[in-house]
Design a protein. Sequence first.
Lengths: 158, 302
Amino acid sequence: MSGDQLNRLPMVLSVVVGLTLSILPLPRWLDIARPDFVVIVVLYWSIMVPRAGGIMLAFACGLALDASKGVVLGQHALALSLATYVAIKLHLRIRIFPVWHQALTVFWLLVLYQFVLFWIDGATGHPITNYARWLPAFIGAALWPVFAGLLGNAYQRT
Amino acid sequence: MVAFRTAETRPILGRGPSPGLRFFFFALLALGLMWLDQRQGYLDGVRHALSMVTYPFQLLVNSPGAAWDWLEESFTTRERLSRENEQLKARLSEADLKLMRFADLEQENLRLRGMRAATARIGERVMVAEILEVDLNPYRHRVIINKGTRDGVFKGQAVLDATGVFGQITNAGVFTSEAILITDAEHAIPVQVNRNGLRSLAVGTGDLSRMSLPFLPTNADIKVGDLLVSSGLGGVFPAGYPVATVTKADKMAAQTLANIVAQPAATLDRDREVLLIWLTQRPVTEVAPESPAAASPAVKQP
């Protein structure tokens, strides 16, 4: 992969912004609904430019999330790698979907991501069985057109 | 201008492994990491390294709040400062008065302990730490503080605030550490009713204003208004600090266990600064010199 004349700067910058947003202090009612910014950013780049970041990017971002959230190392890394793998497998199809259809697909990817987190939470003995934990998937999918627009802007500059 | 190569211009050879293979590799790596971290606890070094990577993010996110505090501090009026100064002086003289009595009591306590041939008492060193304004997980009560192993912080260290027990360190990084609050649903602290010395565990409920005592029988001598202090059992928390006040004590005769709810003494949701505490066991040889045999560590302090 190295040696390509890829300009990865927009991708790296958007991931950094996503990581910052994911720990930004918010009031509790907003905190519960906070979309998984990092996941959406990684999914976007995996769909648009699967060879630029791909699963290695997902794994690295997942590890950063694990470290900053203080959970067992590898939890977010596994969940994000899996969601990204599915996104890369389907990227040629997702790309040509109309935007609302893309949002639906991303919704299921976000649910898959949350499910892996939920499962590992349970397996490591810290289950969170609140229904509100699925809320970020809905919010994230609903905001997908906005994210796609913003990131599309960055994509044009690559 | 799109610099990414399209499928036509991209070389077919040298593409590297397929996504499936890559995913398989990284999934195995993630599972291995989880196993090592959860079951073996080998990864403290990795955690330290990663915490250094995330430290700039945490500082960045914390900076608006910190800047606001700084601005507020630099633009306080003289009048307000002098008023605050007066208040603090009044509080200090009050505290001094209490301290005089405390010194007297401490001496008496030491003498009595010497007579009972108890071996050690707790010496304490404290350090002030600041809570970083960083959101971790809305369903867990964890905070990040701005002191780490560089300042001597260690895993399992007790954290207090000005009014009571706050929590303990779960993860000590180099510059920052993570602490769990006593109200987290996964936390329990050994406590004692201050009035009669009854011991139990106070368990977090996941609600910042409530703790519960699930292991007391209905005939236990505990009532609304009782102060719960840390008992010092388990060796994590120092003994005798306020933990919570009982707000509800349901004792239904039909049940074996009472339903007891307490409100934490620490102002968990409003704290900006907390105290880290180091305990040191010190023998009380200077008070009990008469019988060296009795001073041997046969009787442990409860």
